[in-house]
Design a protein around this ligand. Structure first.
Ligand code: ASP
Length: 321
């Protein structure tokens, strides 16, 4: 029997077309197109709902959380859900849903790098692939998935690594979870690392500050002045920052602001290794939390979810391990 799959549209290039004067702009033709797309209905019984029609730089954590609640409610009546989204912030929305959804059913994000009537359009193929993944029995209990360019990624690991290529999504350091072949959906590894934060609200006053050599302390000061509840520091290498910022970090921790350290390096975990002033070990001694291998934008999403539920630094710390 064919599965029932709901497609939720949120906007992005997949729902855009080129206008010779204005450039690439949102259009409302995606739903109309999908309704008339015969390939889709041969794969599953499809319903389509519009949640939003925005470029993904317009997406906010509040809207992502709203989408999560919407999906949790809608999925009761379906076997799986496919969400179309802009590629720019897709990895953040997908991860927010990965953390906060309570369902075990497949939820698959997809997008397009090419708009409207560009040659070699990737959107329709990505949507059909996503529906096939969402309808596949092996996709249950895998958390939120991302399908692009015939590849399947976990929401936790996937990153947009290129601004324009069709193969712009990768899972650095880990590789794909599987792929879409013409006859079947092939998974080739298991998911060991997965977190859930089942929360009724999120705390959005969380900053992300990237370290660069010689960086001013004005960004940390601004977080303090603006009553941030948490800060993700995208540190150098194993998790190190310039020594002159340590006073500001101590000040933040003393003001009950949760400070989490991740690395600006492409892959790998942070670790309290270096004991010099501003080194990871020194920072941990000052109450900074190690954020593992998460990339900055995702660590920020996770901290927003955690701070919606917990306020104790010790609890937040355990949830980052
Ligand atoms: N700027 C677009 C967006 O994220 C890019 C895309 O969808 O590929 O909405």
């Amino acid at each position: 029997m064919k599965k029932r799959i709901l497609i939720i549209t949120t906007g992005g290039t997949i729902a855009m077309r080129y206008d010779s004067e204005k450039g690439v702009i949102p259009s409302d033709e995606l739903i109309e197109f999908l309704l008339k797309f015969p390939k889709l209905n041969s794969v599953a019984n499809i319903d389509i709902l519009e949640f939003a029609n925005i470029p993904s730089p317009f997406m906010t954590p509040d809207k992502m959380f709203e989408l999560s609640k919407f999906v949790d409610l809608k999925i009761i009546d379906y076997d799986g859900i496919v969400i179309t989204h802009g590629t720019d912030t897709l990895e953040e929305t997908a991860y927010m849903l990965d953390l906060t959804l309570t369902t075990r059913k497949p939820v698959v994000f997809t997008a397009a790098m090419r708009s409207g009537d560009e040659l070699g359009l990737d959107g329709p193929r990505n949507i059909v692939g996503s529906v096939r993944v969402a309808a596949h029995p092996n996709s249950i209990d895998k958390g939120v998935l991302v399908v692009m360019n015939d590849e399947i990624h976990t929401a936790r690991d996937v990153v947009k690594v290129d601004t324009g290529r069709v193969d712009s999504f990768e899972s650095p350091g880990y590789g794909t979870l599987g792929y879409i072949d013409s006859d079947d959906i092939i998974y080739h590894r298991k998911i060991i690392q997965r977190d859930s934060v089942w929360t009724d609200k999120i705390e959005t006053n969380v900053d992300l500050i990237k370290m660069v050599s010689g960086i001013s302390n004005r960004y940390l000061k601004s977080s303090l002045d603006n009553n941030a509840k948490g800060i993700i520091i995208e540190a150098f290498g194993r998790g190190n920052i310039p020594p002159y910022l340590v006073t500001d970090i101590v000040n933040l921790v003393n003001n009950n602001i949760i400070v989490v350290l991740v690395s600006r390096a492409y892959t790998g975990r942070v670790l309290p290794e270096y004991g010099y002033s501003g080194g990871g070990k020194d920072l941990v001694n000052h109450g900074v939390i190690m954020g593992g291998d998460l990339k900055g934008p995702k660590a920020r999403i996770k901290l927003m979810c955690l701070l919606g539920k917990y306020i104790e630094p010790e609890t937040v710390k355990k949830m980052f391990l």
